[in-house]
Write a protein that binds this ligand. Structure first.
Ligand code: G16
Length: 566
């Protein structure tokens, strides 16, 4: 819809919807690390404009489906947010983030005429054909505010844009990423009555996992661990994964904790991936009856796009974290071995790891010196890691230390592995043949659209079972340097600006030199400060050789920040 083409009725409709829906005025919104995120109470306006942006984005893709997920992921229950998904299942193109921000701020602070003017500007500048009917795929997490925000999101789509809408209601964020891409790749013919739903996601990943297990005749987890205990953060991952495992006989021994998604006030409360990673301890709900040094444990976050694993040490309840860095290195070691067995070199298929500044220093050293793989570092936010993994490598393994990540396999990967498979059949090289088959089967277990707790869980479990590796063996590949991640609440986090992939502060200008003096005092010291893009806080990461030094460094940097901003 553009002003010159819209009917008078449509313009009036938009005006009245703007008045009805956008109750939050005089407010400033920003598209952050993973979309808009704020207290749910102020998000009505943002949802209204996100509907418009999603429609325009779909029109700019000639009507391909664009996804919109209402979630605040790891944040507390009273927050909410929204993530926009490209037709191929990846995150919204970064050049569109500023349009999304600007439109939300105009809706909150200016007149409806200015809002329409800006919409027209986007349409004109990007040469969008306003006759195209947009197609939108929507979903939400289990928060109490999500249905209300869904109404705000949908308010303009049918009446103003006449959009085609597929509403998946409650599902995980990665499921919606997958289904957005799936819908665009499976345009139904007129006589095809197939309804696109989560069942397509389930059957795709169940089949992939079963095929991989069948290749190695694996029937259960017993070679590596007794039970897998899954902490679902009391989020939407609980019902989705409980339904999913019904189709997997190998997963009979899985136990669930924190699966009460019908009580949204318990979401991410003392449980979930973010709690376990930042507190470095067991979540609520893992009580004595579940503590067993032969178990493997894992935690999802609120929308199941992150996962971290852990186990408890022998005869004690010592907690051992297996975070995103450990997941990435586990996958890298496994895939590298398979490439060698399949007679494929690093020149044939370039395997690399993408991390952020939060990666433990020991993990990067292990990647470079033990695995002999290239490693890249990007800014925080999976959109940055995804891009690097896609452009720099054929097997791009990207994980943030917080457990958010996946693996991308390039076209070159598929053609080279298939070539090797044909040669292995010809030469009757059974070992190479099995390695090629495993590489192809493993790639199907992974959700290549985005980091996905369920798919990553399948990938980790399959890797451990095929490698006959116990959680402690996985952990013993390298030892994390002691580290601490904390949050400081400041009056205005936007004054914190960084450079060098967020490893150095440029503003406030006096802070970095003072921090450097403190960091240089401790052995293997490293620390950085950055403004969060999902919470109203500044994050402080510190690591070093000795835990006591790290604690002190963290306290000193927090004190420096407070003295600088007050
Ligand atoms: C989102 C992003 C992640 C990022 C995390 C924290 O995760 O998708 O890439 O690591 O926020 O970001 P920040 O430190 O800027 O707050 P999620 O799981 O909350 O969507």
């Amino acid at each position: 819809m553009t002003a010159h083409q819209a009917t008078e009725m449509q313009l009036q409709l938009l005006e009245s919807l703007h008045t009805q829906v956008c109750k939050t005025k005089n407010y400033s919104y920003t598209y952050g690390t993973a979309g808009f995120r704020d207290k749910a109470a102020v998000l009505d306006t943002v949802m209204f404009t996100t509907g418009i942006i999603a429609a325009l984005r779909s029109m700019s893709h000639n009507g391909k489906a664009v996804g919109v997920m209402i979630t605040a992921s790891h944040n507390p229950p009273l927050d909410n947010g929204v993530k926009i998904i490209e037709p191929d299942g990846s995150m919204l193109l970064q050049s569109w983030e500023s349009h999304a921000t600007q439109l939300a701020n105009i809706a909150a602070n200016d007149t409806v005429t200015q809002l329409i003017q800006y919409i027209n500007e986007i349409v004109a500048t990007l040469n969008i054909d306003s006759n195209v009917t947009p197609s939108i795929v929507v979903g939400m997490d289990s928060r109490e505010s999500s249905p209300r925000l869904m109404d705000c999101l949908l308010s303009t789509l049918s009446p103003v844009f006449m959009a085609k809408i597929v509403n998946h209601n409650m599902l995980t964020t990665p499921q919606l990423h997958f289904l957005t891409a799936y819908q665009n790749n499976h345009e139904p013919s007129s006589d095809d009555k197939t309804v696109i739903s989560v069942s397509q996601y389930d059957s795709k990943f169940q089949t992939a996992f079963k095929d991989l297990m069948n290749l190695y005749e694996i029937k259960d987890f017993n070679d590596c661990f007794e039970s897998l205990v899954v902490d679902c953060a009391n989020g939407i991952g609980a019902p989705q994964f409980q339904q999913f495992v019904k189709g997997l006989p190998q997963c009979n021994s899985i136990k669930f904790v924190n699966d009460d998604y019908t009580h949204p006030d318990t979401l991410n409360n003392s449980c979930g991936a973010d709690f376990v990673k930042t507190q470095q301890r067991l979540p609520a709900g893992v009580d004595d009856s579940l503590l067993n040094d032969n178990n493997l444990y894992c935690s999802f976050d609120g929308d199941a796009d992150r996962i971290v694993f852990y186990y408890v040490g022998n005869k004690t309840t010592k907690f051992h974290l297996l975070d995103g860095d450990k997941i990435a290195t586990l996958f890298a070691k496994f895939l590298k071995k398979l490439l060698i067995k399949a007679n494929l070199t690093q020149d044939d298929i370039r395997l690399g790891i993408v991390q952020t500044a939060y990666a433990n220093g020991s993990s990067t050293t292990y990647v470079l010196d033990t695995l002999h793989c290239p490693a890249s570092c990007t800014k925080t936010g999976v959109k940055h890691l995804h891009h690097e993994a896609q452009t720099a490598y054929d097997i791009g393994i990207y994980f943030e230390a917080n457990g958010h990540g996946t693996i991308l396999f390039s076209d070159n990967f598929y053609s080279k592995v298939q070539e090797r498979q044909t040669i292995a059949i010809k030469e009757n090289d059974l070992s190479s043949l099995k390695a090629s088959k495993t590489l192809l089967a493993f790639s199907k277990v992974i959700n290549q659209t985005v980091g996905d707790a369920i798919a990553d869980l399948l990938g980790v479990v399959a890797t451990l079972l095929i490698s006959k590796m116990k959680p402690s063996q996985w952990d013993n590949e390298y030892t994390d340097l002691p580290n601490l991640l904390s949050k400081v609440i400041v009056p205005d986090r936007t004054v914190f600006k960084t450079t060098d992939q967020e490893r150095k502060l440029t503003s406030p200008p006096a802070l970095q030199p003072k921090m450097d003096l403190l960091i240089n005092k401790i052995e293997q010291g490293r620390a950085f400060v950055r403004a969060s893009g999902t919470e109203d806080a500044v994050r402080v990461y510190c690591e070093g050789k000795h835990a006591d030094d790290v604690k002190q460094l963290s306290k000193d940097i927090e004190a420096l920040i407070m003295s600088e901003v007050n």
